[in-house]
Design a protein. Structure first.
Length: 184
């Protein structure tokens, strides 16, 4: 995930090579892959397509154990927003996604309103918050989403004596009988 990439892991980058035009792409997924060389187009073995990669400088040292270099690879999946605008990521972005316009050598990149589609959510809701998921649960004939007073009261934190507690509490694990050969 892109949030787990640290600045020292990408400190030897000299260039980012884009294989496609990124002007129309809202986000790209980035990962740090172990590759056998500092330069050149890496082999790609994921679903989807690779849209870019980082090139390392001559000061980058390989791993002592595997002899590989850690390089960033930028890619997209078939169900990402560039191919399915109304699909799974129509109003969000994956965890490892960053806006490609914020990427540079030795710069981790970050998400923006464009990559997260926050501007569309704000415009639709008019409040600055995404309320679509809340209002969709309430009957269509209701004029507005419920207020705190119209919701049922919360269940107390500690169950009363004899109360089985909330319905999501796990049941005790059933123990299997020991096999006849097991020592007692």
């Amino acid at each position: 995930m892109s949030s787990l990439i640290t600045e020292d892991e990408i400190s030897h980058e000299t260039e980012i090579v884009w294989l496609e035009d990124i002007e129309d792409v809202d986000y790209v997924r980035q990962t740090l892959d172990r590759l056998p060389n500092r330069k050149g187009k890496p082999a790609y073995h994921r679903d989807g397509r690779m849209v870019g990669y980082a090139v390392l400088g001559p000061t980058a040292k390989p791993s002592r154990v595997s002899g590989t270099f850690r390089r960033r690879v930028f890619w997209l999946l078939p169900h990402d927003r560039d191919t399915e605008p109304d699909g799974l990521y129509a109003r969000s972005a994956p965890a490892e996604a960053v806006d490609p316009r914020t990427l540079a050598p030795r710069v981790k990149g970050y998400k923006t309103e464009r990559s997260e589609r926050r501007a569309a959510i704000d415009r639709d809701a008019g409040t600055g918050h995404n309320t679509a998921s809340v209002t969709a649960r309430w009957p269509p004939n209701s004029a507005s989403p419920p207020t705190r007073q119209s919701l049922p009261p919360r269940r107390p934190q500690a169950p009363a004596q004899g109360d089985p507690g909330p319905p999501y509490r796990r049941r005790p694990r059933r123990t299997r009988p020991r096999p006849s050969w097991a020592a007692r």
